[in-house]
Ligand binder design. Sequence first.
Ligand SMILES: [Zn+2]
Length: 142
Amino acid sequence: MNELTTGQVAPPEKPQPRITVCAEPYWRHAKDNKLVLPYCSECEASFYYPRLWCPSCFNQDISWKQLSGKGKVYSFSVIYQSPLPSYQADLPYVLAIIELDEGPRMMANILNCDVDTVSVNMAVEVLFEERGDMKIPQFQPL
Ligand SMILES: [Zn+2]
């Protein structure tokens, strides 16, 4: 148990992502505060989530490209009840689909905002939430 000297019990830590072979560069660059995604040379486009082939043309000639980290809210939901105790202190929080300026859409939390001010098409930028020895790409209002 995570008992503090005050007698309070610390909340459990948030889960860390499991790093797969195809997503390892994504997490490694996130530690350096860089948002990188796989890039297809045939489609000339980045895609999310990381895979070993392009989801549009199945090309396996994939490289990694740094993105601007800027985008807009495509869709979102305000979470008022968490299924995990580790998120209890964050309630309410925003879970969103972000459409990056370069095109791909990715799911993340929107941090550093009043949940009542979030709207579709709101401009956001990436930030990197420290979690254990990892950093998680999240977003905040621009
Ligand atoms: Zn492609």
